[in-house]
Design a protein around this ligand. Structure first.
Ligand code: GSH
Length: 278
């Protein structure tokens, strides 16, 4: 533990830094209302997708732990992110970060023509990206929370190794696409690449590994130059950057996970009881 004791910090309820600028630019009514919470990595996924795909939206900050009625109407479990689609009468809701990303990708194909996935004709590249995403959702994301919530030194060491292995496996997925010459499945892993689906799926946790895990678990990201250069491109990508708040917001918001305070969240409860994430 890098901090001697739980100082009782509360999660934040307003974005800071570049993310706050982006919120201000999206405060007017639009066809989509985006229900977000400033600290949430699942929200950041959908947010990066909205920004990258150029889809008009209004950002609306909610406290998912208070479960306001307006959030429950679009997200039955009361989880962020959520979308309210005003083009339907009456408006309809959508929840789940990966479902929202798929929806936005489809919407963009018919409107802005921007895309995070390779074209539909490139079936194999799309399949490799789905394998990468599957690894992120089923292995990397749970390993992040297990590591952050682990309390005794032995479990912190083993959970840290598990998270490290999940990052190496992500790099191995990119390595496979490289060996097979499938550049469309590489995104920012390539020096001259652009943001891709996988970068958006993993980015929010890689970012929190670089600040939250570094602070609370002395975690250092894998040494390899290639991995470092990849993270550098990702964290400095202008679209990713404009959904990031300042580091203090994440450190404050995740203190409750780092001390595994009771009832921190549905995700934390799932990790503690060995269930799949909500
Ligand atoms: N499977 C969901 C997970 C979303 C999620 O867990 N969001 C958290 C914030 S980071 C939340 O809304 N928590 C409220 C709660 O735990 O009650 C997704 O992919 O969107």
């Amino acid at each position: 533990m890098s901090t001697a004791k739980d100082t009782g910090k509360h999660y934040r309820t307003e974005c800071t830094g570049l993310a706050l600028e982006t919120v201000k630019q999206h405060s007017e009514p639009a066809d989509i209302t985006f229900y977000g919470a400033c600290f949430c990595p699942f929200v950041q996924r959908a947010w990066v997708a909205l920004e990258y795909l150029g889809i008009p939206y209004r950002y609306y900050e909610v406290d998912p732990y208070k479960k306001p009625q307006e959030l429950l109407e679009v997200s039955p479990k009361g989880l962020v992110p959520g979308l309210k689609l005003h083009t339907f009468h009456p408006p309809r809701g959508l929840s789940e970060s990966t479902v929202i990303m798929e929806y936005l990708e489809d919407l963009a194909a018919n409107t802005t023509k921007h895309a995070l996935l390779p074209p539909i004709t490139d079936s194999y590249a799309r399949a490799l990206i789905r394998l990468q995403s599957d690894h992120i959702n089923r292995t990397l994301v749970p390993a992040f929370y297990r590591f952050l919530q682990a309390q005794d030194p032995d479990s912190q060491i083993s959970a840290g190794q598990e998270f490290h292995a999940a990052l190496e496996d992500l790099a191995a997925h990119f390595g496979r696409a490289e060996c097979e010459g499938v550049s469309a499945a590489l995104g920012l892993w390539r020096e001259d690449g652009d943001l891709s689906w996988t970068d958006v799926m993993a980015g929010p946790w890689l970012f929190r590994a670089s600040n939250v895990l570094a602070h609370y678990r002395f975690f250092t990201l894998p040494e390899g130059l290639k991995f470092r250069a990849y993270l550098d491109r990702l964290f400095n990508h202008p679209v990713f950057k404009r959904t990031c708040s300042t580091e203090d917001l994440y450190l404050d918001s995740y203190e409750r996970y780092a001390w595994n305070r009771p009832n921190t969240s549905q995700v934390a409860n799932a990790i503690n009881s060995g269930r799949g994430l909500p």
